[in-house]
Design a protein around this ligand. Structure first.
Ligand code: FEO
Length: 402
């Protein structure tokens, strides 16, 4: 969308859709695109809240100018320095050299290192208020959501929380800007995949931020990605609360890596045995086919995780290694775990799973099983035992869940 969208009197969405970029941060798939949301407040002072990604700047600055009738931008607030939001900053400064850049003590070193911008800086702290006329802007620090310098801006007159990445989502805005204008069901996975992969490492900081933001009379949430929330505020806050506490449902994610199908046979045997024990929510993923962001997203949903991999050059298969690395570095918590592996002329997968189990500290429901070549009857029996141990645990933990 090229036009600005009025979201309240004198407040505009001036963001942009990006359906061309395949990978967010050059890593996370964007099958439904992404929006970089930026906002403009026109009051006695003119304020831009967050900018957009450099590659999509196109006529961004001209769009701002077209709303200002010759006035200049007085302030630009950097809630978050990641370049998908600070990418247009230099152009904005070039067009409006008198603009004051608002950030906090942790913002400006990053600003200098990324853009060599050193002047016209205004440092704010927790609770600092900026009076711009009709609108009063209050700043709250929200470190690690998603970088250390992250803060949010609360517009106290209308009750608008400019929340940065918090409450954001993958997915372009296909016409609708507000939550009640878009198909939230269609975006659901992109909302949770954004949390689980971008913010999910920071559950504890998210809990702290939620408690702080819970004190504010929020009537609208304007994140830097995804739809503006005005009809589903309680819902998205409740989801963040659940996710950041690592609360999960009854169900099992089976992720396997298989070169010639033998490990997949074992994965299918485990899935079948889980179903026979009454587990209904079973998600089986081939790590060679499914990007880890989707597998991790399912792991944030379901309590049980069963991982299987063939050996590969005396180690574990590369795509399983990527998944393990992602889980370890995100320090995902609070799951049940079991592992299985295959060996041919060498082993190696099980040893890597053992290190993973040590690092991640999930509860192990059954010892790992290693099979040699194609699964034999004793391997299928071991698969059944793994599945039954997992199912028994889950059935005990969630006695009333389907
Ligand atoms: Fe949307 Fe952490 O940047």
């Amino acid at each position: 969308m090229k036009q600005a969208v009025k979201i309240k009197e004198n407040i505009y969405w001036i963001g942009v859709n990006d359906r061309r970029t395949h990978l967010f941060e050059n890593y996370w798939p964007l099958p439904k695109g992404v929006a970089y949301n930026s906002y403009l407040i026109v009051d006695e002072k003119v304020v831009v809240v967050d900018t957009i990604e450099r590659g999509k700047m196109d006529n961004y600055v001209e769009r701002i100018a077209s709303l200002l009738n010759g006035r200049a931008v007085d302030y630009v607030i950097i809630n978050h320095m990641e370049p998908d939001h600070s990418g247009a900053l230099k152009s904005l400064v070039h067009r409006y050299p008198g603009v004051t850049i608002i950030g906090n003590a942790k913002t400006f070193p990053i600003l200098r290192n990324f853009y060599d911008i050193n002047d016209h800086l205004m440092e704010v702290k927790e609770g600092t208020t900026l009076d711009i006329g009709q609108h009063k802007l209050v700043f709250h620090m929200a470190p690690m959501l998603h970088w250390p310098e992250t803060m949010v801006t609360f517009e106290a007159t209308e009750g608008i929380l400019f929340s940065g990445d918090i409450f954001g989502a993958f997915g372009a805005l296909d016409g609708g800007i507000f939550d009640d204008e878009v198909d939230l069901d269609y975006l659901e996975e992109e909302v949770s995949r954004y949390y689980s992969n971008i913010v999910g490492k920071y559950g504890q900081p998210a809990q702290i931020a939620l408690k702080k933001l819970g004190q504010l009379p929020i009537r609208m949430i304007c994140a830097t990605h995804g739809p503006i929330r005005r009809s589903s505020i309680d819902d998205i806050i409740a989801k963040y609360d659940t996710w950041s506490k690592y609360e999960t449902r009854k169900g099992v994610v089976i992720a396997f890596s298989s070169m010639y199908g033998n490990t997949e046979l074992a994965a299918d045997a485990i899935a079948r045995a889980l179903a026979e024990k009454g587990i209904r929510k079973i998600r089986v993923h081939d790590t060679s086919k499914t990007h880890p962001s989707y597998i991790i997203n399912d792991i944030f949903r379901f309590k049980g995780v069963i991982l299987g991999s063939c050996a590969y050059n005396s180690g574990i298969f590369p795509t399983m290694e990527t998944l393990l690395f992602e889980l370890e570095q995100a320090a995902v918590k609070n799951h049940l775990l079991a592992c299985f592996g295959g060996k041919s002329w060498s082993g190696g997968a099980i040893q890597r799973f053992d290190r993973f189990a040590e690092n991640i500290k999930w509860e192990i429901v059954h010892p790992s099983h290693e099979m040699w070549g194609a699964p034999k009857e004793e391997d299928y029996e071991a698969c059944r035992k793994i599945a039954h141990a997992m199912a028994d645990k889950l059935n005990a933990l969630y006695p009333d869940a389907p």
